[in-house]
Design a protein around this ligand. Structure first.
Ligand code: COA
Length: 378
């Protein structure tokens, strides 16, 4: 075995089969269970997409009603978890506290190790129902406010805003958020999903798989990029500065957050839909700040594509969209988890449906074999 045999970053390696989503970089397309994501985003609520990802088919109205009722029954956190959350370090990143809270959910579940398909499905819905409350509660606690309990009267996205802000915003804002949920839900063997599958492959439990996936998603080369994009826009400051900022960043070989993708090389299929939703929301908000972030984004995108031929990924429009919805920057990646819990858990189920322990080989580059000398002779 030599260096040439090593596929660094597993780039280009087919690691397993999947029937959940298909990334088609040659035509900039992404489908969930055969449906184009942009069609799902425009035609369906996120709940329908979540049902599709887990069940393989879009729901009938009756199936959707039963699914939503199941999710609503699972809303609400135990008193113990609420107590633990109140003890979290207010300065900790919410991805770190979310990781701990999901791990806590696992140890609360006496049947955590039951990996039958029915049990996995129930646990997936449990996390899908409870993670929004954990994220919203963290948001409030970090800002010295009491968490707000979920309400059964509201649908998934509306309930999330209610738990964060105590009110539901304009329909265009909800639509933009709901679209982002659909677009973030699933993306084949990305780093966090592969982490979840790797953990599941040792026959560990689904909560452990999701806890590990949260750790993976946190990184700025993966989910953390939506936060990094917003920090970048704050640094750029104004549309007038955007082109010069980008040229300078490229000249000094900076990595520009929200651009590039391991699989898509000529554009991320999710970007036009998210950009359009962001644009509509900017119109509804109508503030100078909103227009300025829109214009800055447009110029940065145009300059990067013209100068380097590197296209924006979903995090590029999602970051400022979440900011304009009123979320503080460290909440962006946890919001990604509110959606991606669907994809991760579907992959855990798929992995366990035809499991083989994930255990690649390594190309050893250390010392040649040698003898141990007793400590006094070293
Ligand atoms: N800014 C500047 N240059 C970039 C870039 C970016 N965001 N993304 C890729 N490039 C350049 C690299 O510098 C490299 O140039 P070189 O060949 O001159 O060295 C070339 O494009 C290939 O990039 P590489 O890092 O090898 O691609 P990858 O497949 O390993 O990386 C990412 C993919 C996503 C990790 C990378 O594009 C990145 O770091 N993007 C920013 C973070 C981000 O937005 N992540 C979210 C992904 S959805």
């Amino acid at each position: 075995m030599s260096d040439e045999d090593v596929k660094y970053g597993l780039a280009g390696i087919l690691a397993d089969d999947t029937a959940i989503s298909k990334v088609m970089p040659e035509i900039n397309s992404l489908t969930y269970r055969g449906y184009k994501v942009q069609d799902l985003a425009s035609e369906c609520r996120f709940e329908e997409t979540a049902y599709l990802i887990w069940n393989g088919e879009l729901p009938t109205q009756g199936q959707l009603d039963a699914f939503n009722a199941h999710e609503k029954r699972e809303r609400g956190l135990s008193g113990d978890l609420q107590n633990v959350m109140s003890l979290f370090n207010k300065n900790a990143h919410p991805m770190d506290t979310l990781r701990t809270a999901i791990s806590f959910l696992g140890q609360e579940d006496d049947t955590a190790n039951d990996s039958s398909p029915e049990a996995l499905y129930d646990k997936a819905i449990r996390m899908y129902a409870k993670i929004p409350e954990i994220v919203a509660g963290t948001f409030r606690l970090r800002n010295g406010k009491e968490p707000i309990a979920p309400t059964e009267d509201l649908a998934f996205s509306e309930n999330f805003f209610h738990m964060c802000f105590g009110e539901v915003p304009a329909p265009e804002v909800i639509k933009c958020f709901d679209i982002s949920m659909t677009l973030y839900a699933e993306h084949s063997f990305n780093a966090s999903t592969f982490t979840a599958r790797t953990i599941a492959s040792s026959m560990s439990d689904i909560y452990s798989a999701v806890t590990g996936a949260v750790g993976s998603l946190k990184g700025p080369l993966h989910g953390g990029a939506n936060e990094a994009v917003m920090h970048m826009l704050e640094e750029v400051g104004s549309p007038d500065n955007a082109r010069a900022w980008m040229l300078d960043a490229l000249a000094t070989k900076k990595k520009i957050m929200g651009f590039g993708h391991r699989v898509y090389r000529s554009g991320d299929s999710r970007v036009p839909t998210m950009t359009d939703a962001f644009n509509k929301m900017v119109d509804v908000i109508g503030s100078e700040e909103a227009k300025s972030y829109w214009e800055m984004s447009r110029i940065l995108d145009e300059t990067m594509v013209a100068e380097k031929g590197i296209y924006p990924n979903l995090d590029f429009p999602a970051g400022p969209a979440y900011y304009l919805m009123g979320f503080e920057i460290p909440m962006f990646t946890p919001i990604f988890v509110v959606s991606r819990i669907t994809g991760w858990t579907a992959h855990v189920m798929e992995q366990l449906g035809n499991n083989k322990l994930i255990r690649p080989l390594s190309n050893y580059t250390g010392s040649a074999q040698r003898n141990v000398t007793p400590i006094g002779e070293r």
